[in-house]
Design a protein around this ligand. Structure first.
Ligand SMILES: *[C@@H]1O[C@H](CO)[C@@H](O)[C@H](O)[C@H]1NC(C)=O
Ligand SMILES: *[C@@H]1O[C@H](CO)[C@@H](O)[C@H](O)[C@H]1NC(C)=O
Ligand SMILES: *[C@@H]1O[C@H](CO)[C@@H](O)[C@H](O)[C@H]1NC(C)=O
Ligand SMILES: *[C@@H]1O[C@H](CO)[C@@H](O)[C@H](O)[C@H]1NC(C)=O
Length: 546
């Protein structure tokens, strides 16, 4: 009994057919409906699978088998949610609920929405029809929805959008047409959507950007156009979308981007170009996006990130280039102008074997660097600007464990085991160290002469000290040679060699010379302390005499 009461008895066609065949039966039906209408006056009818709250004016029906809209609910309800049921059509019973603000009929079996279905829903603000089987909407389907701000038609079977299908929705802010089968968008399809902020056209079968249709979208803030088959973005596509802050073109089939494609996007903050077929980083094409803060470029076909690859993107904070299977090299100075970079995610680039020294230098704000799952064999020391770095993940690479990465071993050892990205670094080569954690390999095994940089520093200091002492001793001996000679007089001082030496010294104006070197003391004197006023005939040594 209950289930057919919900059926569409207000539908004129079925009514007249019923009347022709079973007059009494239909009278009975009417009677039952009347009784129901009376009970509604109490405001308390509620289908068994639903929760009806007459205070908050909400009806929420569980996943179930409802195949038509319940007609006997409280007519004042404002919020009706019947997700995951088997509703095939929105019949005229919807007209009872003219106070609705929120209607969610997602995940049902809706195929067709008759024209003017919502003409009494003047207050409706959100309409969720996503994940049904709706094949078309006409320019009268959405008539009457003058307060609507959110329309979700994601996951339906729409294949084209005709002119002015949304023309009545002057207040619409969010329109989701993603995951349909749209191949064609008429030039005036979006006419009237003067307040639209979010537009989802992703996951359709578009081959050309609907440039003309998009022209009127000056208030658009976010545009999702990924998972289509565009091949290229023509120049000027976004030229009037000055308010756009987010542009998603992930998996959009792009082979290249024309110069001037991103013209007009002076407020863009987020750009996703990942999962396309770009054979080079579109450096010039993106150069005008000076406000860009987040950029996703992974899963493309380029092999190198060249010096100054992201020139002009001075405000970039997050860069993600992951899953780029042909990428081999990140050149020195690749991110030269991106001095505000905070997060760099270069993971899962299976052929990435070289990040040149200096590739990450001059990036003082880097906080997070993810280099996991690449093919790195080594990393130059001093590669990372450590000042603000908080997260470094270099796990799952193919490190060649030799003395060149001793610094890395020391770093790993100094960090606590909680640091996942540093904890699990394994050696790939040489063969003898294969699959050994770098953490556990000793410096000697890495082939380093001196295991500890501190020890090395100490040894260096000692060497310098010894050299200095020897120099000092030599100088001291030189200055004191007179006294030493005197002390040795009578010894080898009388020998022919001694005499010869004395004569030799005399030719060098011995007296002058000795005054300058403070002849009265046999200590080392700093040249600045030379006192030229000590003697009367003192003169500076001419350069030629030295
Ligand atoms: C709506 O579409 C029909 C045909 O599909 C057309 O004849 C009519 O002019 C359109 N109305 C408006 C207001 O665009
Ligand atoms: C982009 O690619 C298409 C087809 O692959 C080609 O015809 C066109 O010349 C390319 N444009 C640029 C700017 O490289
Ligand atoms: C880095 O990128 C991978 C792949 O897109 C993602 O799964 C991961 O969460 C990212 N990590 C960070 C820290 O952004
Ligand atoms: C790790 O950190 C904890 C506390 O932060 C400390 O007690 C522990 O000794 C550290 N372990 C190593 C190996 O440094």
């Amino acid at each position: 009994m209950k289930s057919w009461m919900w059926r569409n008895i207000w539908d004129e066609k079925s009514m007249s057919a019923t009347m022709r065949s079973q007059n009494l039966y239909s009278l009975l039906t009417l009677f039952i409906v009347l009784i129901h209408q009376l009970t509604i006056v109490d405001g308390s009818y509620c289908p068994s699978d639903c929760k009806c709250d007459d205070e908050t004016l909400m009806v929420n029906c569980n996943e179930g088998h409802l195949d038509v809209l319940p007609i006997a609910l409280n007519p004042s309800i404002q919020r009706l949610v019947i997700k995951n049921n088997k509703i095939k059509t929105i019949d005229s019973s919807i007209q009872f609920y003219s106070e609705l603000i929120f209607l969610d009929l997602s995940y049902n079996h809706l195929i067709h929405i008759p024209e003017r279905t919502f003409q009494y829903q003047k207050k409706l603000q959100e309409l969720h029809l996503n994940h049904n089987k709706i094949g078309a909407i006409s320019n009268k389907t959405l008539n009457g929805l003058t307060s609507l701000t959110v329309l979700n038609l994601r996951g339906n079977f729409l294949d084209s959008l005709d002119d002015e299908v949304f023309v009545q929705l002057g207040k619409l802010e969010e329109l989701n047409l993603g995951a349909n089968r749209i191949t064609k968008i008429a030039p005036n399809a979006f006419k009237g959507l003067n307040n639209l902020r979010l537009l989802y056209l992703d996951d359709n079968i578009l081959t050309i950007m609907p440039i003309i249709a998009l022209k009127s979208m000056s208030n658009l803030a976010e545009f999702y156009a990924g998972t289509n088959s565009f091949t290229t973005i023509p120049k000027g596509t976004f030229s009037e979308m000055n308010g756009l802050t987010k542009l998603e073109l992930k998996g959009a089939g792009l082979r290249n981007i024309s110069e001037g494609s991103f013209e007009g996007l002076e407020n863009l903050r987020i750009l996703d170009l990942s999962d396309n077929h770009l054979e080079k980083v579109p450096t010039e094409e993106m150069g005008s996006l000076t406000r860009l803060e987040e950029l996703y470029l992974g899963q493309n076909d380029f092999t190198v990130i060249k010096e100054d690859a992201l020139k002009g993107l001075n405000n970039l904070k997050t860069l993600e280039i992951t899953g780029t299977l042909n990428l081999k090299t990140v050149e020195k100075g690749a991110f030269n102008t991106n001095t505000n970079l905070e997060t760099l995610n270069l993971s899962s680039n299976k052929k990435l074997e070289e990040i040149q020294e200096g590739a990450l230098s001059g990036l003082p704000h880097l906080k997070t660097v993810i280099l996991r799952e690449n093919a790195l064999t080594s990393l130059p020391e001093g590669m990372f600007p450590w000042s603000e770095l908080k997260t470094l993940d270099i796990s799952s690479n193919t490190f060649h464990c030799d003395c060149k990465i001793l610094w890395l071993k020391n770093l790993v050892a100094s960090k606590n085991a909680t640091n996942e990205g540093l904890d699990n670094i394994l050696c790939s080569s040489p063969e003898i160290l294969k699959d050994q954690p770098l953490r556990s390999v000793s410096a000697d095994v890495l082939g380093c002469d001196h295991s500890d940089p501190h020890k090395q520093a100490i040894i260096a200091a000692v060497l310098v000290g010894v050299a200095a002492s020897i120099t000092a001793l030599v100088l001291l001996l030189f200055h004191c040679r007179k006294r030493i000679r005197e002390a040795l007089k009578g010894g080898w001082g009388n020998s022919a060699l001694g005499r010869k030496e004395r004569e030799y010294q005399k030719t060098f104006h011995e007296d002058d010379y000795m005054t300058r070197f403070n002849q009265n003391s046999c200590s080392l004197v700093h040249p600045n302390q030379f006192n030229y006023n000590n003697g009367q005939n003192v003169r500076p040594i001419p350069v030629t005499e030295l």
